[in-house]
Design a protein. Structure first.
Length: 281
């Protein structure tokens, strides 16, 4: 058995134990579970909520499918890149919305009047041009290290071409996650993230006005990022939302047929249900 296969089996086994433990615990009737059930009812979506400090699973719905993460991994790679000098927070990248990589259309969908991005604004608006440039600036070994430190299951990119590194940095190739794995990665990110830094600001602005805005709830502080991607061999897209209520919990929603905006809108329903339940208490 190869090392990668052994790690994957170990992670799947640990996830199964964690899920089984949650399902058999009293936590299955907490307000997080009720709110998640209300948000995702009559959908095919999966969701997970974990405690920001302990990592304890607070709520769980749906199947732990493995899928390409799309833009939901951008904050994980960006924080590594800033911390290791791959790019600086003030580095600016021009974007005209149009982008093809290895014959693949990966055009940006942010407003056309935003055409110059730094780390913070690129994360908020999910600029593919910026993150493709980031992938190009990574060396194969440094990108491999970034993926490994985020505990993301991946094919080796140590000797990858520039185009492969670009697609990997966009979460479109070579990387897959489950909702639990993405939630754990976001939790670890928040534990080490500098307060008020460009990644934290970018995640907050993503919800305030950027690509994750469908998750916004008035009066609730939310950090978040969406992702839309396809698995190899599939003709449909799936969507992700990874979000954080600072100091409290991490929330991940996965939509097997849809996009990141749909996942964010479902997450909003969870946040609203949580707010309403806490008001009643």
């Amino acid at each position: 058995m190869g090392v990668r296969a052994g790690r994957l089996i170990a992670r799947c086994y640990a996830a199964a134990l964690l899920v089984a433990s949650f399902q058999g615990s009293a936590a299955a009737s907490n307000i997080e579970s009720d709110a998640l059930a209300k948000a995702l009812r009559r959908t095919q979506a999966a969701g997970i909520v974990i405690d920001s400090k302990s990592g304890k699973v607070l709520a769980l719905m749906g199947r732990q499918q493995r899928a390409t993460p799309g833009s939901s991994i951008k904050p994980l790679l960006l924080e590594f890149a800033l911390d290791h000098g791959v790019i600086t927070s003030g580095t600016q990248v021009f974007c005209d919305l149009h982008l093809r990589i290895a014959g693949r259309n990966v055009d940006c969908t942010h407003p056309a009047d935003r055409n110059t991005f730094n780390a913070e604004s690129a994360l908020a608006e999910s600029c593919n041009r910026y993150f493709a440039e980031l992938g190009r600036r990574f060396t194969g070994p440094s990108l491999e290290q970034a993926l490994r430190e985020a505990h993301l299951e991946h094919h080796s990119v140590a000797n990858a071409s520039a185009e492969v590194r670009e697609l990997t940095a966009l979460g479109l190739e070579n990387v897959t996650v489950t909702p639990l794995e993405l939630a754990e990665a976001y939790r670890e990110l928040m534990l080490k993230l500098p307060a008020g830094g460009p990644v934290e600001r970018g995640l907050r602005e993503s919800v305030d006005y950027g690509m994750a805005h469908p998750a916004a709830v008035e009066g609730v502080s939310i950090l978040g990022k969406t992702g839309t991607a396809q698995n190899r061999g599939e003709t449909w897209t799936h969507g992700w939302f990874g979000g954080v209520l600072p100091g409290r919990m991490v929330v991940v929603v996965f939509v097997p047929h849809g996009d990141g905006g749909t996942a964010a809108a479902l997450a909003r329903q969870f946040f609203v249900a949580m707010r309403n339940a806490e008001v009643r208490q």
